[in-house]
Design a protein around this ligand. Sequence first.
Ligand code: TPP
Length: 276
Amino acid sequence: MSNKYSMTENEMQKKSVEYRKKILTYIYGANAGHTGGSLSCIDILNVLYNHVLNVSPENFRSPDRDRYIQSKGHTVEALYVVLADKGFFPEDDLKTMCRYKSHYIGHPTRKVNGIEQNTGALGHGLPLAVGNAIAAKMDDKTFRVFSLLGDGELPEGSNWEAALTAAHYKLDNLCAILDYNKLQISGTTAEVCNTEPIDKKFESFGWTVKHVNGHDFNALIKTFDELPFEKGKPSLIIAHTVKGKGVSYMENQISWHHGVPGQKQYEEALAELDKG
Ligand SMILES: Cc1ncc(C[n+]2csc(CCOP(=O)(O)OP(=O)(O)O)c2C)c(N)n1
């Protein structure tokens, strides 16, 4: 790992265990949430917020900050625990998650400090990210724009308009990350609406694409370090992940898309995460 990073791989791993436990704790407390997809994308968010993004509570109002737009908005619990860890709001706020009058609802809203855009209706994040990246080019700004997509959301037509537009405007300041866990709400992505071959499709739209293990910190960092993959082209990172990662009884199980653990399951999950 290069010296530029403040955390070792081991520290990043520990951080992700902490994040996973918090995701489960707040979902358990709220009795609601998208458990499987939050556990699948949390290592990517760990790397983004702790190594990649130039964004912090101090610069969040600066026009020069990097933009992170979470298009798979339903896994906002992963984003909440990372934003709390980075100091965007007190972690105790998350105890109000999904309660009456709380801003910490089941999808991202700009009422929460640190959240760039309201998302949750699938297919909106990438178009918003493209708009932000075009704005950066028009204003001669060097900030970068990142958007996390779910593979189950890819069939939304707006993604493909955005993909086309990103290549047309040569948005090499834009990086989409696909949380490629191959499951969505009601089945496998292949069964519900097959979008394969995803890499070839994006390449044919004018993007440069790289595959990476979405739970391997060093591989993720190396891939993000290589951005833009090609000058004048938008970049797509296909991050191979496991839905429910870290809790064996949740891994690759469709029922954990928005399953909420009961007390015994919650305790079992935490014990497994602690064991490593
Ligand atoms: C426009 C729209 N249609 C349907 C839904 C309902 N929905 C919520 S999550 C989801 C599946 C998303 O799958 P994926 O993007 O792969 O997320 P992950 O498996 O990573 O959690 C669906 C269809 C929605 N939020 N928005």
